[in-house]
Design a binder for this molecule. Structure first.
Ligand code: GTP
Ligand code: MG
Length: 391
């Protein structure tokens, strides 16, 4: 039976439209991966332990009370408020269960106010290793005398109107400054080299069966991260211009194998790079850090922090310790000395680092965020992997 001509024409048109749409979809999906170099998320691939020699608790002495243990000079550190105790306890349990109950590194808690007896009692009950409670010296916490409080209040109110979280909370600015350039000067940390920073409410998902501090030391790593993110450009408009002034005055500080291409990438989120005056805003999310304090105590980072501190942006803007640490590392460290701990399952709301590994449970491999879909674009790993690598 012959098909009527109009029906034949309509069918042909439908086929042409379908072919056109399929071709368009294919084109769209091939554009993004060609930039980001992340056609598949490495966290979806099976992840094992890092290569090379690893120090294990069943092969060395990690007894909490041993005076000749295999522990290197390192501590777990946490700046925390008394009122965050209930949120801190599950975090301590997570890290003790997945890692520290095997290696028994000391925990050191820091606070700008004295810890309560309840805080000490309940935290101590969760930890076999030694625990210390330290007050932050006033001269490390107080707003420096060169900061004009009236100017701070005016700028904070402008930033708050722009919707910048915590902009008008002075203690948040003090905390960011302390984490940027003060924590490693605390007398209780003087004798230590490596630290693992922990915040209340974060979660750990994977068994880690090697001594991560020895791992850092053996490979001469200066910094380890889990999550790589974009920042709010409105919090740091003058951070990059101020950094450039510092670099112009100290050109020899720039590492030969630096991460400048990651710091200044203007392809993944051009609007961010423009708003932050040349800085991509990409950073290591510093609520998780495993680092070598000798890097921060060194001449280059120390001079950089002092320069930033006197420029006033910790108060007149809302410079965070994450971009400040990251820029310092990106400029002064060797890129090969920074390590992505892909095997440490981690969450600070709303982002994850969740590897595909039999050692992990209770997180979804490769899932980056929990919440609204717009959060997906905060992931800066495509730029980091492209410019620096996945090591
Ligand atoms: N002792 C003390 N600790 C603080 C203060 N402000 C922040 N902290 C701690 O500093 C760390 C970072 O503060 P958060 O409030 O978590 O900041 P954030 O991670 O940017 O914000 P959230 O997304 O709300 O978690 C946490 O470990 C806090 O417990 C403070 O004024 N005093
Ligand atoms: Mg936090």
């Amino acid at each position: 039976m012959a098909i009527a001509r109009p029906i034949r024409m309509l069918s042909t048109a439908c086929v042409v439209i379908v072919i056109f749409l399929v071709l368009q979809m294919k084109r769209g999906s091939s554009v993004e991966p060609s930039y980001n170099g992340m056609t598949t998320d490495p966290l979806k691939e099976l992840t094992g332990e890092p290569e090379g020699y690893l120090w294990r608790a069943d092969e060395h002495d990690y007894d909490p009370d041993s005076t000749s243990s295999a522990r290197t000079n390192a501590a777990i550190i946490s700046l925390v408020r008394n009122e965050e105790l209930d949120e801190l306890i599950p975090t301590i349990r997570d890290l003790e269960r997945t890692w520290n109950s095997k290696f028994n590194y000391p925990w050191i808690f820091f606070n700008d106010k004295p810890f309560t007896a309840e805080f000490k009692k309940r935290t101590q009950a969760e930890i076999k290793a030694k625990v210390q409670y330290e007050l932050v010296p006033q001269e490390h916490w107080d707003v420096p005398e060169w900061i004009d409080i009236k100017h701070f209040k005016q700028s904070a109110s402008v930033l708050k109107d722009k919707g910048l979280q915590y902009a008008d909370k002075i203690s948040y600015h003090q905390m960011c400054r302390w984490n940027s350039g003060m924590f490693y000067k605390h007398p209780a940390l003087e004798k230590y080299r490596y630290y693992w920073r922990v915040e209340p409410k974060v979660q750990f998902f994977c068994d880690v069966d090697y001594d991560v501090f020895r791992f850092m030391e053996d490979r001469n790593y200066v910094y380890g991260f889990t999550i790589n993110l974009f920042d709010a450009p409105e919090s740091i408009p003058n951070l990059w211009p101020t950094t450039q002034e510092f670099l112009a005055a100290n050109p020899s500080y720039l590492s030969d194998n630096n991460m400048m291409n990651w710091l200044t990438d203007d392809q993944l989120r051009p609007d961010h790079t423009q708003e932050a005056n040349g800085y991509s805003t990409c950073h290591f999310w510093s609520n998780f850090e495993i680092g070598d304090m000798n890097f921060f105590r060194g001449e280059k980072y120390s001079a950089y922090f002092d320069y930033l501190d006197h420029a006033g942006g910790f108060f007149y803007e809302r410079w965070g310790d994450a971009p400040v640490h990251s820029i310092g590392l990106g400029l002064f460290a060797d890129a090969s000395q920074v390590h992505w701990f892909r095997d440490i399952g981690y969450r600070h709301i709303p982002y994850f680092n969740c590897p595909n590994s039999p050692k992990c449970s209770a997180c979804t491999p490769g899932k980056f965020y929990d919440g609204e879909p717009f959060l997906a674009k905060e992931d800066c790993r495509p730029s980091y992997f492209k410019h620096v690598g996945t090591h």
